[in-house]
Design a protein around this ligand. Structure first.
Ligand SMILES: NC(=O)C1=CN([C@@H]2O[C@H](COP(=O)(O)OP(=O)(O)OC[C@H]3O[C@@H](n4cnc5c(N)ncnc54)[C@H](OP(=O)(O)O)[C@@H]3O)[C@@H](O)[C@H]2O)C=CC1
Ligand SMILES: [Mg+2]
Length: 352
């Protein structure tokens, strides 16, 4: 019995430690798969595979929802055989997680061409017919997926996209090689190791104590307003990025920064969203919108925001509501920032 299994069973007998020990066991197993090529190759024999085609995940419609099918190794080999591919192609997969029982989960894109290994894109519609599903844009499928599936597919897509864009070393120009798990790429010539990257982005909900500041870009759906967001510049701390972005976008100075939460966000590439609350200095609330960045920005009252939060299916409005304020969907961290602000303000006004 391996060290990991022993830990799992010993801790399992103490009910309250079960969750922690399962989590630790999984984390250590995934670490092992990233570090040990043979262990990862072995895990590919018993693991399951999520399929993508040109970064679009394979989904199956079930009523108004989408299910995310997974293929066993044998099913995947059978599929590849039908398209004249051997099982070597499975080594293009990237590790995206594992179950509590240490079944490893991989993602494999059969639509992207691998330049260095000269692997061709497999025909999309023939594969869909074979698999009884469709490769659908993740943005389009987002609202029909449950949160666990969407988070897994976000991760898988981000990792596959990163590998697709890093097939060559930027110093030597030579092809880079993926490790088995897909947690890095190495250039055999320059010896440079490349790791998957995320761009840090700060997102801030600014309040003046009674109202919150929301803004929109011209690309947003009509009526949609969100918190202020912006990419961190190189060399900046999160605090510096928040101060700069708010100043750049709406011409205000903020104080009382409070970290709230974070989120991986896949659009347009991989970002790490760092969400904060902040307030403006008393009396300094006049907005000066930077029209190069935003279409509009305004202060919204607790009532206006509460009403908008209550609105169901917020991105599909009735004609009578066409001029109403719309807020970001639940899966966006901006939604949670706004909801938290409403809850905090509502509690403090009740207590007063
Ligand atoms: N999950 C959520 O709740 C929310 C997520 N977001 C996300 O936050 C991100 C930032 O928001 P946004 O207001 O657009 O950002 P910014 O205010 O920083 O403006 C975007 C511009 O920054 C430049 N830029 C600088 N660094 C990067 C980089 N690493 N990647 C891409 N562009 C960069 C680009 O300009 P140029 O191309 O001209 O060089 C881009 O057009 C977006 O990806 C957006 O999807 C935003 C709001 C809510
Ligand atoms: Mg911005």
């Amino acid at each position: 019995m391996s060290l990991y299994c022993r830990t799992f069973f010993r801790r399992k007998s103490f009910g309250c430690y079960r969750l922690l020990s399962t989590y630790v066991t999984k984390a250590r197993y995934l670490f092992e798969l990233k570090e040990d090529e043979e262990a990862c190759r072995k895990a590919q024999q018993t693991g399951v595979f999520y399929l993508f085609h040109d970064l679009d995940p394979l989904l199956q419609a079930s009523g108004h929802r989408y299910l995310v099918p997974r293929l066993s190794r044998a099913e995947l080999e059978g599929l590849l055989g039908k398209f004249g591919q051997d099982s070597q192609r499975i080594e293009d997969s990237v590790l995206v997680g594992c179950s509590e029982q240490q079944e490893a989960w991989f993602a494999l894109d059969l639509g992207l061409e691998s330049v260095s290994a000269s692997r061709a894109s497999l025909p999309k519609s023939e594969m869909e017919a074979e698999l009884g599903g469709s490769f659908i844009k993740l943005r389009q499928a987002l609202f029909q997926l449950n949160s666990v599936d969407s988070s897994l597919l976000f991760t898988a897509q981000a990792l596959l996209r990163w590998h697709d864009g890093h097939q060559f070393c930027s110093k030597s120009g030579q092809p880079t090689q993926k490790n088995m798990a897909g947690s890095k790429r190495v250039c055999p010539s320059s010896k440079i190791i490349y790791y998957p990257q995320m761009a840090p982005v700060v997102i801030t909900l600014v309040s003046d104590g009674a109202r919150c500041l929301l803004a929109r870009q011209s690309s947003f759906p009509k009526g949609l307003y969100s918190a202020l967001a912006g990419f961190c510049d190189i060399g900046e701390s999160v605090e510096e990025a928040v101060h700069r972005e708010v100043a750049e976008e709406v011409g205000l100075e903020v104080e009382n920064l409070q970290y709230s939460a974070s989120q991986h966000w896949p659009f347009p590439n991989s970002s790490l969203m760092i969400a904060c609350h902040a307030t403006v200095k008393p009396g300094h609330t006049e907005i000066q919108v930077n029209l190069k960045e935003l279409e509009a920005a305004a202060w919204f009252s607790l009532d206006e925001v509460t009403t908008a939060l209550r609105r169901k299916g917020s991105l599909a409005l009735q004609p009578s509501e066409a001029s109403s304020l719309l807020l970001p969907p639940k899966l966006a961290i901006a939604h949670h920032l706004i909801k938290k602000w409403v809850e905090t303000l509502s509690c403090s006004s009740l207590a007063a």
